[in-house]
Write a protein of this length. Structure first.
Length: 259
């Protein structure tokens, strides 16, 4: 169900007037107004260069917004600095297109890195995490189907296995929100479905809302409860998958021959 910014629950994410210009006078995001309920999966679709990744990365401040508000549970992340920003980022998990694992570390060490923002620096440096964190890491590795790979180096894994580690690492943060930036674009079709199934199931069980930027419209329709279509840095469609019609896809992607 689509929510307006004025109707947002206090536990949701609200974007108000979110804009981004990498070059002055050439906006990549044009005053985005959205509210995301604190549950379910929202998929963002649209052509390359329309601002999907920029939108995702403005939410956790990997990209600095030019203007606007990013409200998570009522707190404007766009205004935070220093320790307050680091604390806010702990609440936002991220799954990356290219996995962003530390290749020389083991699978277990990569999953535990999801707790880096919660443990003293000396513990992280010595890799001495609390027992409860280690137990949870084993639980997550079991949940993503990789318990036997805990001691393997990340660079020994396949692409699908690496993305499973990325999902486990993001959930290790116990986030209030999970962002996924093209999590299937480097994967074959079968593995892409498996990763999306895993992402949907585990976040659903944990009650964590997900925003996924994805090129594959069929996967968006299959797994998301809400689809946001972007074109030219603006939202041109916002609704449930069953409401996404060919005319909407023409508006989002342009042209007709590809349909």
């Amino acid at each position: 169900m689509s929510l307006s910014a004025t109707q947002a629950t206090p536990r949701g994410l609200v974007l108000r007037g979110l804009s981004k210009e990498y070059v002055p006078g050439k906006p990549v995001l044009r005053g985005i107004d959205l509210a995301i309920a604190p549950e379910g999966m929202t998929a963002i679709i649209g052509p390359s260069g329309t601002g999907k990744s920029t939108l995702i990365r403005c939410i956790n401040r990997l990209v600095e917004p030019t203007a606007g508000e990013v409200l998570l549970h009522g707190e404007d992340i766009a205004r935070l600095r220093g320790g307050a920003l680091r604390a806010a980022r702990r609440r936002i998990g991220m799954v990356f297109q290219e996995y962003n694992l530390v290749e020389r570390l083991t699978v277990m060490e990569n999953v535990l890195s999801g707790r880096l923002g919660y443990v003293p620096l000396w513990r992280a440096w010595l890799r001495r995490y609390p027992e409860e964190d280690i137990a949870r890491a084993f639980e997550l590795l079991d949940a993503v189907g990789l318990p036997e790979h805990a001691t393997r180096r990340a660079d020994a894994l396949s692409g699908g296995q690496r993305q499973r580690v990325g999902i486990a690492r993001a959930l290790m943060q116990r986030p209030d929100l999970l962002l996924a930036d093209e999590p299937t674009s480097s994967l074959d079709p079968k593995t892409a479905v498996e990763v999306m199934e895993l992402l949907a199931r585990l976040t659903g069980e944990a009650g964590v809302p997900v925003i996924v930027n994805i090129h594959n419209v069929d996967l968006a329709r299959r797994f998301a409860q809400r689809i946001i279509g972007m074109s030219g840095g603006a939202v041109v469609f916002d609704g449930p998958p069953e409401a996404l019609e060919p005319e909407h896809l023409r508006q989002i992607y342009g042209g007709e021959d590809w349909l």
